[in-house]
Design a protein around this ligand. Structure first.
Ligand code: FE
Length: 179
């Protein structure tokens, strides 16, 4: 009787695990489709730069994305969805879909935010001097829509020695397994 009970629990756990994986893939696809439907500026292929007002962004972005990317807020460390993920795939701008990073340039950092040592190409991320909060920092912005992504520091690993410290909310991750 005990053996049957243990087997049942194992089968239940395995089933839930498998459902969870397929639900994750489905959720990513659904999120992308939802964003493209609700947000006319979202595209993984259009590289033309955007000049969209905050009033317009407020209408098409989820509130948490708007707060971080248009009002330059910062998510709390160790709370974002990507700070410790090692899944292979690509990272896009959560506002406009611009391709920003490959997972191969992501590294484990103890800072609590997803960190990269290299941007996809010279245009994917651009920079501005940020003197807020009594600090001098290099603000990292999406090269297509100008949305706030985070900051870049020069204490990263080789070969660039750079650390792109990003807000998870500003990123839209698509695993390699999702077509
Ligand atoms: Fe963008």
């Amino acid at each position: 009787m005990k053996l049957i009970a243990v087997c049942s629990v194992l089968i239940l756990l395995l089933t839930q695990c498998s459902n969870s994986n397929s639900q994750t893939a489905q959720t990513v696809t659904t999120t992308k489709q939802t964003m493209e439907t609700k947000n006319p500026y979202y595209s993984h292929t259009d590289t033309n730069t955007l000049d969209v007002s905050n009033d317009e962004w407020k209408k098409v972005l989820p509130d948490d994305v708007y707060q971080i990317m248009r009002l330059k807020q910062t998510e709390r460390a160790f709370t974002g969805k990507y700070w410790e993920t090692e899944t292979q795939g690509n990272y896009y701008c959560a506002s406009c879909g611009n391709h920003l990073f490959k997972s191969t340039s992501k590294f484990s950092s103890s800072c609590g935010w997803p960190s990269f040592f290299e941007q996809l190409n010279s245009k994917s991320v651009v920079f501005e001097r940020d003197t807020s909060y009594g600090m001098i920092r290099e603000e990292a912005l999406c090269g297509r829509c100008g949305g706030h992504l985070g900051h870049r520091f020069d204490d990263g690993p080789p070969p660039t020695n750079m650390r792109y410290c990003m807000n998870s909310i500003a990123l839209d991750f698509v695993p390699d397994t999702v077509k």
